[in-house]
Design a binder for this molecule. Sequence first.
Ligand SMILES: Cc1cc2nc3c(=O)[nH]c(=O)nc-3n(C[C@H](O)[C@H](O)[C@H](O)COP(=O)(O)O)c2cc1C
Length: 403
Amino acid sequence: MTFGAGGRCASAQNMDVSPAAEREFAPLALGPLRVWPPVVLAPMAGVTNLAFRSLCREYGAGLYVSEMITARGYLMGNRLTTLLASSDPSEKPRSVQVYGADPVDLGEMIKLLVAEGVDHIDINFGCPVPKVTRSGGGSAIPAKPRLVARLVAAMVKSAGAVPVTVKMRKGIDEDLLTYLGAGKAAQEEGAAAVGLHARTAAQLYAGDADWRAIARLKQHLSVPVLGNGDIWESWDALRMMRETGCDAVIVGRGCLGRPWLFRELAQVFAGDEPDPPPRLGAITEIMIDHARRLMALFGDDMGLRQMRKWTGWYTKGFHGSAAVRGELMRFESLDELRTLMERLDPDEEFPIRALRAHRAKGSKTQRVKLPEGFLDDPDDDTPPKGPRTLEEIESWERALSGG
Ligand SMILES: Cc1cc2nc3c(=O)[nH]c(=O)nc-3n(C[C@H](O)[C@H](O)[C@H](O)COP(=O)(O)O)c2cc1C
């Protein structure tokens, strides 16, 4: 074992973090739900479909949120939207993230989701892509607290006893921080919790998340606050909760190609040292398992294609992985995937340097596009125009990514 002191596979800043003490943390209370450990799989477009959620869930416990499901696409019965929203009876609690900016659509959608047995609904107010913000949707919405209030009110009304949460960013950019006002508006309209991705829309995924903003939001609200940004190791979750006082953590990129992170999280919240991560040979088996789940959900062809992008994340930092990466992005069958992985050393331990290596999304930043005159009247609660025809919806769904 080549890991650090006491065999801990952790980066330098996490070598001395202690596991949770007894009763140090409480389960996350979301309406009638009690989530323990207080860990939430972040909604991630193209990632947190049923296949990946079920894999993560087998390692740990917590709440596993779907990728964002557009209200219009869902209401029109778009085939892919419906597939992405799908679940199976073992998925309890079942959690769906929705995307929309029209209170009527959102209300209708939520009635249907509740009738289907969904246990938790989150709304994405953090999507930074230009196609969405340019119309005043996504991460632009929190700049209008009365619009936030109107959308949350419509959702909460349709949801009945099912808890509704919102997920947002710090703001448009450092000059226009919106999270405190929008968080308060959501709370007043009955949101069961507020999640904060502690970056601005301008930042996209670059730089460090600003955990101080999470602490500020926690002080500002009485509903639970879910902290999000830069949980790469289980120890980061404990540090975030200790430093900010937040009530739960949302784990995004850190679990890409590392579903066992949820086992480690469950262990440190239970007061234990986590098991070491699997060696490369065991990771190959996890990849095959993941691929089978994707094939079951999407069909063989699309499932295998979907799996290709995961191979880079699963093999990140392992010796020799760069040399097979190109072929791993093109494999055509599970046998081929296995053969390619056999070129690497199955006994290799998980590389510590890969723990914090960024997965998905680059380090670019942006100037956020907003509609002309959008900021003239922050009290305006007019819903932005969204896509209406099936063609427009499909083009939006292709563009939608992130939050
Ligand atoms: C590939 C990818 C897709 C994402 N899709 C969504 C999404 O559908 N809804 C959402 O609210 N956030 C989305 N996000 C943002 C994450 O939920 C999370 O807020 C962000 O990655 C920050 O957390 P992290 O630092 O732990 O990755 C996405 C992020 C990534 C990397």
